[in-house]
Ligand binder design. Sequence first.
Ligand code: NAD
Length: 483
Amino acid sequence: MHNPLWFDPSHCLIGGRWQAPIAGQTLPLVNPSDGSEICQIARGSAADMDGAITAAREALDGEWGAMTALQRGRILTRIGQLVLERVEDLAALEAMDVGKPLTQARADALALARYCEFYGGAADKVMGETIPYLDGYTVYTLREPHGVTGHIVPWNYPMQIIGRSVGAALAMGNATVLKPAEEACLTALAFAHLAQEAGLPAGALNVVPGLGAEAGAALASHEYVDHISFTGSVRTGALVQQAAGANVVPVTLELGGKSPQLVFDDADLDAALPFLVNAGIQNAGQTCSASSRILVQRGVYEEVKSRMAEAYSGLTVGPAADDLRLGPLISTRQKSIVEGYLSKGADLAIAAQGCLVDNCPADGAYVCPTLFADVPPDHSLAREEIFGPVQVLILFDTEAEALEIANATEFGLVASVWTREGARQMRLARKLRAGQVFLNNYGAGGGVELPFGGVGKSGHGREKGFEALYGFSQLKTVAAHHG
Ligand code: NAD
């Protein structure tokens, strides 16, 4: 396979200059499809992070900070155009780095382009308001950037998460510092190259790869960062919030979930089936909004079970370049976490499993997608985020019981309801504890335009859509007394 790298991956981008990390240290980046080393990446330190944050501050006082919303929007739109021109290159990088099947990697690159287009177009459409007040006053509000925003990104959807968080932050005029995941950072670096090519001023986007406990922690705790956007695990999210809290800095946390789909007896099963399965196995289940719990009413339970089992039996797993339904997991570490859950499910019935193709390299991080049936709602597989291709089927009788089970985890990111009954759709849309509810669909095709975020341990704050622009800005109230 040809090497899709077109830049030096061992550098950080700081103040418009690509440079080796100050301490000269690097980390190996591993291809999860075969365990081989792709390249060495920068192991950024607190000193590199300090340089990046200083550069971002200078950008706010320089060319970037002086730009109008229209100018910022045009640059973002140009970045989107360059992303579109390089979709295949970006997809090849992401497939190699994350182990994603090429079709998924391509969809992620297109989503990155779409975020740049959306936020490029929206940049000059964020407005304040005038507020009726006392006689002799005119009061209005201004939406202003926070200043320097930190973006800590995980390995599962690097391009999409960069698009939604860095894209929205730049649209609002923040200067950004991006810390990609140590397991997958090539498309973050590629994105920064394209942003430079599109004319983004120096310091508006800085990228410091490295370990979470080093570069990540340095970003989260830095006193000159004004806002942090974090996507990843609950444990790390809590640490980031704690570190930012010491500086009284706001954070947006997107921490995953255990998202249910509720299938009622009157559901259109032909429409539901592809969503029930795909929402669990997309990206090998390593999706914050994965639907890992399928709650099914008694009247259609056996049919859903056998149709999902049939779909699972046809699932194949192999190297990213083979472009099958599933690739490997991100790492052998993630593989052992998922295998740990499969062992915890030893007391459960397996309805069906997919299979690995014959040519799976022995050092790849492969697991078989697994569908468990008749799972008690209080079982750990029905409550904890697994982050692998594992789904559980749970039986229910009444709407009230389905609601209680659906709301009984500590998470609340996404939920979906499959029923033809309009009143039930409306009732459940209100009562389900989730940041997004889908009625007779799941995921709505990605939904760049749709505000996204969780409740409970799924996090707080909203990204995507127009709402993100409010999150990446703060409101100033101006009251003029003119008599
Ligand atoms: P993680 O939360 O530790 O890592 C996510 C990002 O945070 C990475 O960029 C990492 O370098 C950074 N980070 C790590 N420690 C940090 C610290 N102390 N301060 C600041 N930044 C830090 O996730 P992980 O270890 O890669 O994965 C573990 C589990 O997290 C997975 O099994 C999965 O359940 C969950 N996860 C969720 C998402 C999501 O989209 N919600 C994404 C990835 C992982």
